[in-house]
Design a protein around this ligand. Structure first.
Ligand SMILES: Nc1ncnc2c1ncn2[C@@H]1O[C@H](COP(=O)(O)OP(=O)(O)OP(=O)(O)O)[C@@H](O)[C@H]1O
Ligand SMILES: [Mg+2]
Length: 305
């Protein structure tokens, strides 16, 4: 099990729940940290359309910190009801407008304020974002092409990544997105991002549209790839099972406006997703989080009345 980082304030006491540990409080940064944090949110709020009649505060006073662990990136999952600001948080890390910049507070990545998109961060979206007019190979090589990498070199790397994500170089390289299944398209999207070796991989419900079996296969694939690339992953999902399976750390958000309410540390999965789902300690964590989210939603509804 991961231990709270030495670069954060006094490690909060915690409660064991199955394969997870609920921290008493969401960990906060102390400054100066011994190593720059991977991601740090300090009192971050985002109000869309400020000053206008349709002004809306999506997140308020969001605070959390993901410490930089030597030789290992963390897998961070973000759970929360629809509209609580999960995508807003992800896109603030990515530096994408109109979420970026935050209305108040600071978003730091590797110790520096986020000023816009950068090569250190790669994003995989829920909807399939490949270019329709490019083949699988062309899509995966696209980022390297933008960086000016020579054709032979980028195509060779792209073929390597086609294999890494479980596609077939001979059969699939020249296919176009409309010839691929949803699962295959998400494999392309993952390869397209990982080929650029980002230190932070941002994933916004990437498997939300897949059938349960394909989804579990993709979860297993993602864990394998992530262990090899040593990047930090921020993974937004609606599925508690998915978060507990994939995450080293799970943030639970509440709505109205969105905040990070709870933080759990979770033991790494030691078997494939399908088998993990049958482990009682795994299910204990899932049911606990389910109840916790129900409680948070009941509280939010009470305050909204
Ligand atoms: N560009 C925007 N302009 C105005 N309001 C926005 C904008 N983007 C998001 N919002 C609002 O901010 C809130 C949070 O949106 P966000 O997309 O971050 O939620 P989410 O947690 O990702 O939801 P879901 O789970 O449905 O994807 C929502 O109420 C949404 O309507
Ligand atoms: Mg979203």
């Amino acid at each position: 099990m991961t231990t709270p980082s030495s670069t954060t304030a006094t490690p909060p006491t915690s409660q064991d729940v199955g394969i997870g540990r609920l921290l008493e409080e969401v960990q906060q940064a102390v400054s100066p940290p011994t190593r720059p944090h991977v991601v740090e949110f300090r009192n971050v709020s985002k109000t869309y359309n400020p000053g206008q009649a349709n002004s809306f505060t999506a997140i308020r006073d969001v605070n959390f910190v993901v410490a930089d662990l030597p030789n290992k990136g963390e897998f961070v999952c973000v759970l929360g009801p629809s509209g609580c600001g999960k995508s807003t948080i992800l896109r603030l890390i990515a530096g994408l407008e109109p979420q970026h910049p935050a209305t108040t507070g600071t978003v730091h990545v590797f110790g520096k304020p986020v000023e816009g998109p950068g090569a250190d961060r790669g994003m995989v979206f829920q909807d399939y974002t490949s270019f329709d007019h490019r083949s699988v190979l062309g899509n995966i090589a696209f980022g390297l092409e933008c960086q000016g990498v020579a054709r032979n070199e980028r195509n060779e790397l792209a073929r390597h990544w086609i294999e890494q994500v479980g596609l077939d170089v001979a059969k699939d390289s020249e296919k176009y997105p409309h010839e691929l299944s949803g699962g295959m398209r998400q494999r392309v999207a993952i390869a397209r991002t990982l080929i650029l070796q980002p230190r932070i991989i941002l994933m916004d419900e990437p498997f939300g549209a897949l059938d349960p079996q394909t989804r579990m296969n993709m979860q297993d694939l993602l864990i394998r790839l992530w262990r090899a690339v040593e990047a930090t992953v921020f993974f937004v999902t609606h599925s508690i099972e998915e978060a507990v399976f994939l995450g080293d750390r799970v943030y639970i958000m509440s709505t109205g406006p969105g905040r990070v309410e709870k933080e759990l540390e979770v033991e790494p999965a030691d078997r494939p997703a399908l088998e993990m789902a049958r482990v009682p300690r795994f299910q204990e964590t899932v049911y606990y989080i389910r109840d916790l989210i129900a409680q948070l939603e009941a509280q939010a509804n009470k305050h909204a009345k």
